[in-house]
Ligand binder design. Sequence first.
Ligand SMILES: Cc1ncc(COP(=O)(O)O)c(C=O)c1O
Length: 433
Amino acid sequence: MSIYRISVTVKSMPQNMNSIKRNVPSAWYPTMDSFIAKGKNAEIWDKNNKRYLDFVGGYAVLNTGHLNPRVVKKVKNQLNDYSHSCFAFAPHENAVELCEQINKRYPIKEKTKTFLVNSGAEAVENAIKIAKYATGREKIIAFKGGFHGRTYLAMGLTGKEKPYKEGFGPFPKFISHIDFPYEYRNISDEKVLNQLENLLAKKINPKNVAAIVVEIQLGEGGYIPASESFLAKLRTITNKHKILLIFDEVQTGFGRTGEMFGASKVKVEPDMVTLAKGIGGGFPLAAVVGKAQIMDSVHDAGIGSTFGASPISCAAALGVLDVFDNDNLLDKVKKQETIMTKSLESMKNSFEFVGDVRGYGIMKGVEIVEDKKSKVPSKELASKIINNSKKNGLLLVNCGKEGNVIRFMGPLTTPLKQVKEAMEMFNGALEKI
Ligand SMILES: Cc1ncc(COP(=O)(O)O)c(C=O)c1O
């Protein structure tokens, strides 16, 4: 008998993928039941040569698509010279150019500085470290439903218990969670702002709060956008108490909202921001950007990372910026958004189990319910729709506290013809329910 706890749900694995079962932990079993063989922009082919439209996009990473030629060109050039140097020891120009570009582009008016790391969670960890150091304050406020990564502090900040936190506690005591506004489920902006004011008046002294961390649109938490006015009020409250406002733009960054950064979309300026996913065009890279005074506060070598600012990932990121600058990417997003909004809204009108369609830009979430009146979340139906979509050749995944929201995370470079094709495939999947 095992002395270890065993998870009750062990996912099954198709025969042809038994090598996965033999070699990787069951909690890490993939969702797809075939191996990926090839990717090109918004399309992938599996080992059985079945073609899919990839609206998972490596979980909102492939904003510029699979193997974007501009990204590939930069990476190939870099591979002629060297592949790694730990930036803190031997600097390289790709990293500095990228930091300069991000500092120029991120919509914080004051001078900013950028620190490069490898993943969203690492960026979040570092943002909190820097915020605590700069303010000399201890407490952090985050949101229920928020997702910030899987390392301990990021997990502590994450406000979705299952599957991310269950069994892994305890978590740092200096973190408090408040609700995230959710119009469809009657959690109003006002209600949440009152919660925050109460927390700061009665439970924690605002003078001890270093930062509030918020996603402009919940990702894992259900593709729920925060309104401009909610974020503006959060800005007013944080200014009043000299609390730093940190946007976690790991998912909203790099064009998905229709603007290069979500902060421009909602017209609210944070003090710091975390970026990852789309930044590296498919190569691992992440960033913490913040007002220079804050970023410079930390003592020498207090932050760092062996692989952070990989020359290859930085080259890829410069390729991503080339795509933005030369291929009218934001125009493409606007056109995609028009098609998606029109199609998904029409599906909402046609199907009783489509409760809500929402999200900034092309970050569209479709909330599946038993029926419009009861609004009872239906993960079961959502899973069926995702399976039907896959049979039709469209890859999608779910999100949300109840797992009943289907989200679209396709490349910004998806040809409009394929966006329409995806909408038809999705409509077909709903019709089969
Ligand atoms: C908003 C947000 N923050 C942080 C993370 C963690 O990023 P990573 O998986 O690269 O550590 C994610 C990942 O999905 C995310 O969506």
